[in-house]
Design a protein around this ligand. Structure first.
Ligand SMILES: C[S@@+](CC[C@H](N)C(=O)[O-])C[C@H]1O[C@@H](n2cnc3c(N)ncnc32)[C@H](O)[C@@H]1O
Length: 349
């Protein structure tokens, strides 16, 4: 059996059992797991998770995430690794790393075994069917790391799937990945509410077909959940319910419900960003932008404005006097200004 090494930890792939290719053992996923480790270390230094915590990886595959969090963060006293198919691989991987952690091989939707400080939910596709079990294994303050890869539903390309799975109306927008991020957060909050919890977002990592959020469970508190109204002909959008666009007269379509509050903890993202920059780490520029996030549920892109104006595309830097760049799109900026205001300010000399 072929062994792979990730940050000095030996593993064999779960393809031994699943016969699927090991897409999860590429450099991006390894970097993303490193980020997971660094974030947990930072949360412990800020007392948002205690040293001596117990972790649960509901969908472990090879176990590499739980093993790395256990060995590298210095935060966990114990970590339970579960996977419905690959427990033999996980057991093998624990053995070759001289570790003695508990392995479960249950359906994650039915695994209710304790109250954990950290729970990881990293499925193929939507995480929603695992969230109730995750929350039943949680307590006040539990940190959840949640992945969604069903981006067709979340990003507006599969609107029927979005209604069925996420109870939300979607639209293909220029800010499709922010739309997806906020629909996912709304759904996590909705399920947490059933159990009298709310969630506080800590940070997010959104890549092409991969969306990951970290949230902390708090006491129930009413959150800003609502809608966006988006013109189907031009970049104009609004929080106000409206049928007709006040820029071009086009039809306004409703998107949501979605999460309208901030998607980050500013202090954590600033510290994470400083660390990543100092280590010259792959996500450093991403988090430099994320730490300046403002609670506006969309961004504008330079190309959508150029297309509307029928003029050559202007550089992003020109628009940064109105707001901040977003990590979600190299051509995107976030601003509290309306589309009408952006147009008049960019064309007034
Ligand atoms: C995307 S992989 C997990 C990757 C892993 N967290 C990592 O960082 O490498 C998803 C895993 O979920 C497991 N799985 C799928 N449905 C499950 C279920 N109902 N209960 C438990 N495990 C399940 C699959 O066997 C697969 O190994």
């Amino acid at each position: 059996m072929k062994e792979i090494e990730e940050n000095g930890i030996k593993i064999i792939g779960d393809d031994v059992i699943t016969k699927k290719s090991n897409a999860f053992y590429n450099k991006d996923r390894a970097n993303e797991r490193t980020l997971n480790v660094q974030l947990i270390k930072l949360l412990a230094s800020k007392n948002l998770i205690k040293y001596g915590s117990i972790g649960l990886d509901l969908l472990s595959a090879t176990g590499i995430r739980g093993i790395r969090l256990f060995l590298e963060s210095g935060v966990f006293n114990d970590f339970i690794l579960n996977d419905i198919k690959t427990s033999k691989v996980i057991e093998h991987n624990l053995k070759i790393n001289n570790l003695n952690l508990k392995v479960e091989s249950k359906d994650a939707r039915k695994l209710i075994i304790g109250k954990f400080d950290y729970i990881d939910i990293d499925p193929f596709g939507s995480p929603l069917s695992y969230l109730s079990a995750a929350i039943l294994n949680s307590k006040l303050g539990t940190i959840l790391g949640i992945t969604a890869t069903d981006t067709a539903a979340l990003y507006g390309s599969a609107p029927k799937a979005a209604i069925r799975k996420y109870f939300a109306q979607t639209l293909k927008t220029s800010y499709y990945n922010e739309e997806g991020l906020r629909i996912l957060l709304y759904n996590i909050e909705r399920i947490a509410n059933i159990y009298n919890f709310s969630v506080e977002p800590i940070c997010y990592l959104v890549e092409k077909h991969y969306l990951r959020v970290y949230v902390r469970l708090t006491k129930y508190r009413r959150k800003e959940i609502g809608y966006i109204y988006q013109c189907i002909n031009c970049p104009n959008r609004s929080f106000e319910e409206c049928k007709k666009c006040d820029v071009c007269g086009g039809e306004m379509k409703r998107i949501g419900p979605l999460w309208l509050e901030t998607t980050i903890n500013k202090d954590i993202t600033r510290n994470l960003s400083n660390y990543l920059v100092s280590e010259n780490y792959p996500y450093s520029t991403y988090f430099l932008k994320e730490q300046n996030e403002i609670a506006i549920p969309w961004y504008f892109t330079t190309d959508e404005i150029a297309k509307y104006e029928k003029k050559p595309e202007k550089k992003l830097t020109l628009y940064l006097k109105f707001g901040n760049p977003t990590p979600l799109n190299p051509k995107g900026f976030k601003t509290t200004l309306s589309f009408k205001e952006i147009l008049s300010l960019t064309n007034s000399g």
